[in-house]
Design a protein around this ligand. Sequence first.
Ligand code: GLN
Length: 543
Amino acid sequence: MTNYIVVTGGVLSSLGKGITSASVAALLGNSNCRVSMLKIDPYINVDPGTMSPLEHGEVFVTADGGETDLDLGHYERFINSNLSKRNNFTTGQIYQTVIERERRGDYLGKTIQVIPHITDEIVRRIKAAGKDADILVVELGGTVGDIEGLPFYEAVRQMKRQLKHKMFNIHVTLVPYISVADELKTKPTQHSVQELKRIGITPDMLVLRSEKPVPKEMRKKLSVACDVEFESIIEATDAKSIYEMPLKFFDNGILHPIARAFNYDELKPDLREWKKLVKAILEPRREVTIAFVGKYLELKESYKSLIEALTHAGAHTDCKINFRWADSEKLLDEGVEKTLTECDAILVPGGFGTRGIEGKIAAIKYAREHKKVFLGICLGMQLALIEFARNVLKIKDATSQEFDAEAKNPVIYLIDEFIDQTGNKQIRTHCSQFGATMRLGEYECNLLENTLMSKAYGGEKKIFERHRHRYEANAKYRDQFEASGIVVSGEAKGLIEAIELRDHPWFVAVQFHPEFTSRLQSPNRIILAFIENALISAEKRGK
Ligand code: GLN
């Protein structure tokens, strides 16, 4: 029988509800509980796949090909295990299911209403997500009182009544500091709890986000005013690294009330490894500077998993990662050499559309010619091939069909019109299982021996990494590439999945997104190798 912890938010958004949820789950997971997580998003999009990264941050891809909220990424990184499509749903999905059933006649002539039909579907999905877990941590997106959230709170209220001591609500609120009065204020928290109670939920725990420690007297006051036990009023002051949060929560006693509520013996997480890694993040002995050549730089959340993956690699190499943010649209004007020369390594991440590609290609050319440590990811690999085709193979009009559908030399080709090595057109049916036009989720990749890839992955012959792209490297040009210095170091079913340069110290580009499988406790291997090689180059440069 699964226990449920539902995390709700009050006062305002961006309080770190996702990190709070993930931290609690990490503590439980390290205490030998089978823990899983669920994010509920009250927006109407069916999934975030169609949202601009500048609107909603990154789209996180699960192993089973789900395009999910970026919080799922935090969850996997904190609990160090794979989640699935089932671990994130939206209002759009709930209504889609209910309306499809109504059209099929499943409701036998009934009038379809929010209560019970929508709420029943929400409860069904929450239970499905918790099926194999001792504890399911559910994060309810948005803030209490939002119109969009109401059916979800109602569903939680119903579950709470049914399950009684098997459901625990953590309400995350803000205790703002008013500098003119030099005071912390509890009123917004009180109002937020009143709003929650109005809906029918009395919180079991309050997590108080605050810039400054919340004094005991103030916590006592909140305990009385909000009807929450004093022991369950947990403060959460700002941290330097998100990975510190589980440690802070543990020190503040967050597990005691949870253990008591679920009738567990004391929960004793093993945090030794976690502590060591956090120490390396907070007090690194070395540093490297990475040029990050992207186009969604106004919202760094667009590159969330990648930035975190680099942090993990830093934690495992005792190294601080300094970012040199290079806007690919401005790079040519600002000067490629000037921007990149001081960096130890160059990273070109994934992306969509034509904007900024010439800047990225220029950065790749610079990395190739100046023997800079380089990692290209997804679009970064596609552009590495385009750069090589244009400047080494002298195919001046080499491009991707994404940028020119009528291209004469589509080095990067649309997935459905893929031409195999013998020149035959192949319809890639193994992709169509995911319905959409993108190749999504985990695919195998076979590694060539004695390559940088093979070395990075510890000599493994077959690896699994996650994809999210529509276009592929066109194998028609493969012979030409290989004859001129490109090594295809990863491939699967005739698809080029990874390339590197023969006459270069460390130049690797991959079609998949390695960042999606990186966790604090098990960093992604190719990103780790990238940082290790950036460190070697930093040392050579005498830093
Ligand atoms: N836009 C490219 C494609 O669709 C690359 C996608 C990506 O970098 N995620 O294939």
